[in-house]
Ligand binder design. Structure first.
Ligand code: GTP
Ligand code: MG
Length: 193
């Protein structure tokens, strides 16, 4: 899908964003590549801060993306979970924050649930899938960092991940750009749905 981006900019932190734009949220374990994927989707190297150190994104951050000939949207960068050095209390805070953001949000069209292609699903991913099952927003599973595996192993991992989740993951890499067209297709299809 050929999407032209007119502009992309940071536009606030939940719950202080503006209403009226469809939201597409990027959720997943710390360091899975959420912020990198948003940058790659909009072709901006540093719209969103990324880091080798897990736990970089601590709030629900809204990035407004203005598209040519299409409605403007929000790409929403969520804080990562499962970062063991963060104190236990943070995980309650995290559950509370993401539950508030993800539940009953009519403008949230799609949650892109990112999973590192080399890792199995854990309780947090199942929690998000269960939580989203109670809402009208859809889930798209996205396998990240696929450049880290030889091609021969990718499909095997994808079928294992789909067995664990019931979703069939989109194969992506923010380093090579693989899968960006497919992600845009899903995003645009969900704007009205
Ligand atoms: P938190 O904000 O801590 O939740 O992390 P995040 O999910 O936003 O991850 P981020 O995008 O900051 O990326 C974490 C690290 O993974 C960085 O060092 C990235 O360069 C690297 N990374 C992200 N995407 C890819 C990818 O597709 N391939 C490879 N090889 N590395 C990647
Ligand atoms: Mg991040």
């Amino acid at each position: 899908m050929n999407v032209k981006i007119r502009d992309a900019s940071f536009d606030g932190v939940f719950p202080y964003h503006k209403a009226g734009l469809s939201q597409f949220a990027f959720a997943g374990r710390s360091n899975v590549g959420k912020s990198s994927l948003i940058n790659r989707l909009v072709n901006r190297k540093s719209l969103v801060r990324t880091s080798k150190v897990p736990g970089k994104t601590r709030a629900v951050n809204f990035f407004r993306v203005d598209l040519v000939d299409l409605p403007s949207i929000y790409l929403v960068d969520m804080p990562g979970y499962g970062y063991s050095k963060v104190p236990k209390s943070m995980s309650y805070e995290w559950i509370d924050l993401i539950t508030k953001y993800l539940s009953g949000n009519q403008e949230l069209k799609l949650v892109l649930l990112l999973v590192d292609i080399r890792r199995d699903l854990e309780s947090e991913e199942h929690m998000i899938i269960d939580l989203m099952g109670k809402t009208s927003s859809k889930v798209l599973m996205v396998a990240t960092k696929t450049d880290k595996l030889p091609y021969s192993q990718r499909l095997k991992r994808i079928s294992e991940l789909s067995g664990q989740s019931g979703f069939s993951p989109v194969i992506t890499s923010s380093h090579t750009g693989d899968g960006m067209g497919e992600l845009w297709t899903h995003i645009l299809e969900s704007i009205h749905g």
